[in-house]
Design a protein around this ligand. Structure first.
Ligand SMILES: CC(C)(COP(=O)(O)OP(=O)(O)OC[C@H]1O[C@@H](n2cnc3c(N)ncnc32)[C@H](O)[C@@H]1OP(=O)(O)O)[C@@H](O)C(=O)NCCC(=O)NCCS
Length: 301
């Protein structure tokens, strides 16, 4: 069976998107809020013909999207499985989905394909190993049981730096800061300026940027992960590589936690690559603890 690929033209809420999101909500593989999942399914999956929507006996069992953008050190495209329902479907269907993703990624000049495998996706891990995929790093889901950081972690910022909302005025500089900060980190697909602008300016929780004049030197973005449970998510903290001696990473995380506190969150979670030592060190310093581990496999195309 071929992965079910379809181009969409409508911008109205579409029943198919709703059905896909409901499936992802019920059978999640990774922490993702509905707004982000909606964007990924619509803008990356359906609009770009990059959706994998697998069914067996008329029942959906896997939804994934292929990220072809390769602004990462490995030049990796990523098959991002959003929802998976175990015990339906066959290994052959998974093999075919992976083969489709490889062929599409190869046409986009990616050097390799990455697939992350949380515990629920164990059947896919066996398929990948049989296809010659190798374990590259792990993706950690970390949790913090509160959002008010201890006073001793407060950072005194130099007088010429101040936090502001991300806006049309600073989005270009924010993208530059984000792109340069994330260059060289595993597990991150950095969008180009237009994609960054179109998504980030519409984000439900406006990201915060640390300005030095009109230059963005640090970035902090949060979202609700599960509003009913009071759990917020640190989506991204980053600081300009030129500003590595002012504790701006710590300041960006503090700003994220402050934003979550103002929203009314009582706990926080995030996802980070295990080989991103500065970030893991920063999160551990604040008390974040690893709750789940996904393995990230890669194969050269
Ligand atoms: C992660 C990042 C924000 C850290 O920023 P930073 O300005 O270097 O961090 P700070 O100087 O404020 O350091 C705060 C704490 O982070 C940890 N840390 C920072 N650099 C570290 C390193 N190289 N190794 C281990 N821990 C490190 C330490 O716990 C440090 O506290 P300490 O100095 O008291 O030990 C920065 O490296 C970055 O922008 N990376 C790229 C983007 C990214 O990966 N973001 C996280 C994933 S969303």
């Amino acid at each position: 069976m071929r992965p079910d690929l379809e181009l969409m033209t409508s911008t109205e809420p579409d029943p198919r998107i709703v059905a896909l999101l409901d499936f992802i909500d019920q059978h999640p593989t990774r922490p993702i809020d509905r707004q982000s999942a909606s964007w990924v399914v619509d803008q990356i999956g359906l609009s770009q013909g990059n959706l994998v929507d697998l069914t067996a006996c008329g029942q959906r069992f896997m939804v994934a999207v292929l990220f072809e953008s390769m602004d990462n050190p490995a030049g990796a495209a990523e098959l991002f499985v959003l929802g998976y329902r175990p015990s339906l479907g066959t290994p052959e269907q998974l093999v075919e989905a992976v083969a489709w993703a490889e062929a599409k990624a190869a046409r986009s000049s990616a050097r390799c394909l990455e697939v992350s495998i949380p515990p629920v996706l164990m059947p896919l891990e066996l398929v990948l190993r049989a296809q010659g995929y190798q374990l590259m790093y792990r993706l950690l889901t970390m949790h913090l049981g509160h959002v008010a950081p201890p006073n001793e972690l407060t950072v005194e910022l130099p007088g010429d730096l101040g936090w502001a909302n991300l806006s049309e005025d600073n989005v270009r500089s924010a993208h530059d800061c984000y792109r340069r900060a994330f260059a060289g980190t595993s597990g991150t697909q950095v969008p180009d300026l237009e994609l960054f602008r179109s998504t980030i300016l519409k984000a439900e929780q406006t990201p915060r940027v640390l300005l030095s004049g009109d230059r963005v030197v640090a970035f902090s973005r949060v979202a609700w992960h599960d509003e009913q449970a009071g759990r917020g998510e640190i989506r991204a903290v980053a600081r300009d590589p030129d500003f590595d001696r002012a504790r701006l990473g710590q300041a960006a995380l503090l700003e994220g936690l402050r934003t979550l506190e103002q929203l009314g969150a009582t706990s926080a979670c995030l996802e980070v690559a295990s080989d991103n030592e500065p970030a893991v060190g920063l999160y551990e310093k604040f008390g974040f603890q690893t709750q789940e581990v996904a393995e990230v496999f890669q194969r050269t195309l």
